[in-house]
Design a protein around this ligand. Sequence first.
Ligand code: UD1
Length: 423
Amino acid sequence: MDAIRVRGARQLKGNIRVGGAKNAALPILCATLLSDGESLLRNVPGLRDIETTADLLRTLGRDLTVDIPEVRVKQTSRPVVPEAPYELVRQMRASVLVLGPLVARYGKAKVSLPGGCQIGARPVDQHLLGLEALGAKIAVEHGFIVAEAPRLRGAEVVFDMPTVTGTENLMMAAALAKGRTTLVNCAREPEVEELGRVLNKMGARVEGAGTSIIHIQGADELEPFDHAIIADRIEAGTFMAAVGAAGGDVLLEHAPLDDLEPVIVKLRRVGMEIEREGEHARVRRLGRLVATDVATSPHPGFPTDMQAQFMALMCVASGRSVVTETVFENRFMHVPELGRMGARIEAHNNIAIVEGVPRLSGASVMATDLRASASLVIAGLVADDETIVRRVYHLDRGYEAIEKKLAGAGADVTRIKLESEEA
Ligand code: UD1
C-alpha cells in the first residue's frame, strides 16, 4: 500500500500550481444529469473523488471521457437508471449530490445513505426536508433514500443550518422544478456560487448564489454546458500552511486569494507574508510563527477544511493557541497523530489547546481523513528525520499528486510502497 515519506528541515522555494476545486467539480459533474447532450468540464483536478463520481455517473447511464484536466459527459442510448449503489456512495459522501438532479429530471431517485470521511454524524436530513418541500415523496428503506415526484414544484425552503451539499442539491432540483424556489439560510461557499454560474449557463435563472438567500426560476429543460472550474481554495490554503511549516518563498500559481480571505488573515497574523502577484500569490514565512486562536465556521468564516492544517502550524508556533471546531463534531482525529510527532495538544470535545514547540520529531503516523492527512504531511515538513504518513488513499481523494507538487518546490516528499498489511 502507498505511503508518503517526508524528510523535514528543507525550505520550500519555487512554484506550485493550484488545481481546480474538488468541491466545485463534484456538484458540477452531478449537474450534467440535468440535461442531455454533451457537457465539457475544464480545469478538473485528477483526484479519486472525481473518479468515484465518474464511476457513479457511468453506473447511472452516462458516458464519460476523463482526460484530466478535462471531463466530457455525454448521454448514451441506454436509459438512465436513477439508482446510486452503496458500493460507490460509501466511498464518498458527496455522491448524495445526484439525489436532487435525478429526482428533478427522472422523477425518481434511489441513493444509498452516504459514507465518506468519518468526521461526525453528518446527516442529510436538510437535503430530504428540502426535496419534500419541493413535492418529492421521500422514504428511507434498506439503507437507501428513495425520492419520487412526477414533477417538482417551486417552494420556499428554510435550512436549519447552512449546508454546502444540501444547498447544492436543492439548487439543482429547483433548476428543473415548475415555478420559483426560494432557499433561505443557504451555505455561502464559493463552490455554491460556482454551481449557480453553471446552472445559469444551462438555462436556469439562479439569483443570489453565494449569499444566504437564493432564488431559482426553474426551466422545463436545461442545456449542456462548457465550464472551467474555479481554483481550489483549500488546496491553496494547504500549500500556504506548508510554506508556514517549512519556511521559504513560493509562488502559488492561480491561488484564489479572494476565496481564502479568512485563512489569509490568520496566516498573516501568525507571521506569514501573502501577496498578490497578478493571478498568483507570493507566500513567505517571515520568522518563527506566533500562536493565535482560531474557530471554524461556515463561509465566510475560517473553513473547517483548513482546521487540521492550521493546527499543524500552531504545533510549532511560539505560544499557546486555542483551536475550536464548530462545524463538525469528531474532527480532531489528527490530534493523537500529531502528538506522536511531539506536538503538545490537549483536546476536550471540540476545543484543542496547542502549546507550540520549536520542532516536531519524525514518526510513522496514520492518515484518518482527507484534511487530517494533509496536516500530517505539513507536520512532517517541520519534523526532524523521517515521517511516514500511512493510508494515503485519504490524501488521494482530495489532493492531486501532493508529493510531486511539494517536491517540485524543494521538499523531500516521496510516495513509497509499504509491504506490510498494516500500511
Ligand atoms: C461540504 C464539503 C466539505 C466541508 C463541509 C463544510 C463538499 C463536497 N464537501 O460537506 O469538504 O468540510 O462542506 O464546509 O462540498 N448537516 C446536518 N444535516 C444535513 C446537512 C448537514 O445536520 O442535512 C450538518 C453537518 O453534520 C455539519 C454541518 O451541517 O455539522 C455542515 O455540513 P455540510 O455543509 O452539509 O457539509 P457537506 O456539504 O457534507
